[in-house]
Design a protein around this ligand. Structure first.
Ligand code: PLP
Length: 392
């Protein structure tokens, strides 16, 4: 049987062979606790320091700005809750309607406890108006927390413009850069944001390791209290995974693969648009991650499509992984004004450094066949053309 074609890298990425190799000694022989003073512990501490430098180089921050965490979700919760803890009189948060569930669920929880949440809208191409963010800021605003790159559509928010607005109004900005890090050049220190979240498993490191960049110029309140990470994130560090994330960061910093990934993504997209009648791209194609395409195929149901594609060995996603399996259409596509039908007729394909030309050639064959089969199976009378976006 042919090897699977993995086009769901925004959900998670395979661990790169170099990352795996670098981790092995830290799982097998080098079991020291980095807080221990003897040689075994000191070697683990030195490995953490090297990984911190590698990740800092990727995101353009001072190594001391970085805290290692367990996942992007923890980094996001830490950033938001730190701002609220340090400024308890400010009970207003600005975020967007298309955030990852890590932000949405926390903000919904905070709303139940009396916090005011502004959910900034996006337009029909998934774009955010920085002016709307500026207008939403008031004297009780504790922070602005926004995605840099959307995990479902790849659409980029104008984070530099937002950072200029929040800096002028002296409001902390947290950037969820979990999908952006390793796919776009970025520099935390010159951006002017106070927090930036990233996650190892989106860049070929294992799951369960991540980081939060925290500006050294602001006060910080830890989520997990303890002595590690200079008291800013308690808990013995996951040394092997952090070493792996360091190596993954260095690999991701080699930008030479970005163009190749973009070319392969564009080929897949063009083949779908050419060979599948009525296929359409969801979201802005101009300001977008190079590895992602979200496509709508009218007259199909993404749940059925995933089953059929899975049987052909093609892995992709219907919206974000966290909502896959639920019957709810993607909140991102709904926020862009698309109908439930269109949202349910959409599939996300996301590539990585490890995606090959052969993968894309196969996907270009499999996808049109699968969509044609699904359309042929459609009961007569169901709509052929999905509804157009309701929003401007
Ligand atoms: N933010 C975005 C944009 C994501 O895509 C994800 C994961 O899919 C997360 C946050 C959460 O990261 P983690 O899975 O490491 O908790």
């Amino acid at each position: 049987m042919a090897a699977a074609i993995y086009l769901d890298n925004n959900a998670t990425t395979p661990v790169a062979p170099e990352v795996f190799e670098a981790m092995v000694p830290w799982l097998r022989d080098e079991y020291g606790n980095p807080s221990s003073a003897y040689a075994l512990g000191r070697r683990a501490a030195a490995a953490l320091a090297e990984a911190r430098e590698r990740v800092a180089a990727l995101v353009g921050c001072h190594p001391e700005s970085l805290l290692f965490t367990s996942c992007g979700t923890e980094s996001i919760n830490t950033a938001i809750l730190s701002c609220l803890a340090l400024d308890p009189d400010r009970r207003h948060i600005i975020t967007s309607a298309v955030e990852h569930s890590a932000t949405i669920k926390l903000c919904e929880f905070l709303a139940q406890r009396g916090y005011e949440i502004t959910w900034l809208p996006v337009d029909s191409r998934g774009r955010l108006d920085p002016g709307a963010c500026a207008a939403a800021i008031h004297e009780e605003t504790a922070l602005v927390s926004l995605l840099w790159a959307n995990n479902e559509t790849g659409v980029l928010f104008p984070i530099e413009e937002i950072a200029a607005i929040t800096a002028a109004k002296k409001i902390p900005l947290h950037v969820d850069a979990v999908q952006a890090v390793g796919k776009l050049p970025l520099n935390f220190d010159s951006l002017g944001a106070q927090f930036l979240s990233l996650s190892g498993h989106k860049l070929h490191a294992p799951k369960g390791v991540a980081a939060l960049a925290v500006s050294r110029k602001i006060r910080f309140s830890p989520l997990l209290r303890g002595s590690q990470e200079e008291g800013r994130r308690g808990g013995t560090q996951n040394v092997a995974s952090i070493v792996g994330m360091g190596v993954a960061a260095t690999l991701a910093a080699e930008t030479s693969h970005h163009e190749r990934i973009r070319d392969l993504r564009d080929r897949l997209e063009q083949c779908a648009l050419r060979d599948i009648p009525g296929a359409e791209v969801n979201g802005d194609t101009e300001h977008r991650l190079p590895n992602t395409t979200s496509l709508a195929f009218d007259g199909i149901e993404s749940e059925g499509a995933l089953v059929l594609l899975d049987r052909s060995g093609l892995y992709c996603s219907a919206g974000s992984a966290c909502t896959t399996g639920s019957i709810h259409p993607s909140h991102v596509l709904r926020a862009m004004g698309y109908s439930n039908e269109r949202a349910r007729a959409s599939l996300r394909f996301s590539l990585s450094r490890l995606t090959t030309e052969a993968d894309i050639n196969r996907a270009c064959q499999i996808l049109p066949e699968a969509v044609a089969r699904l359309r042929a199976l459609r009961p007569t009378g169901s709509p052929v053309v999905a509804a157009a976006p309701a929003a401007p």
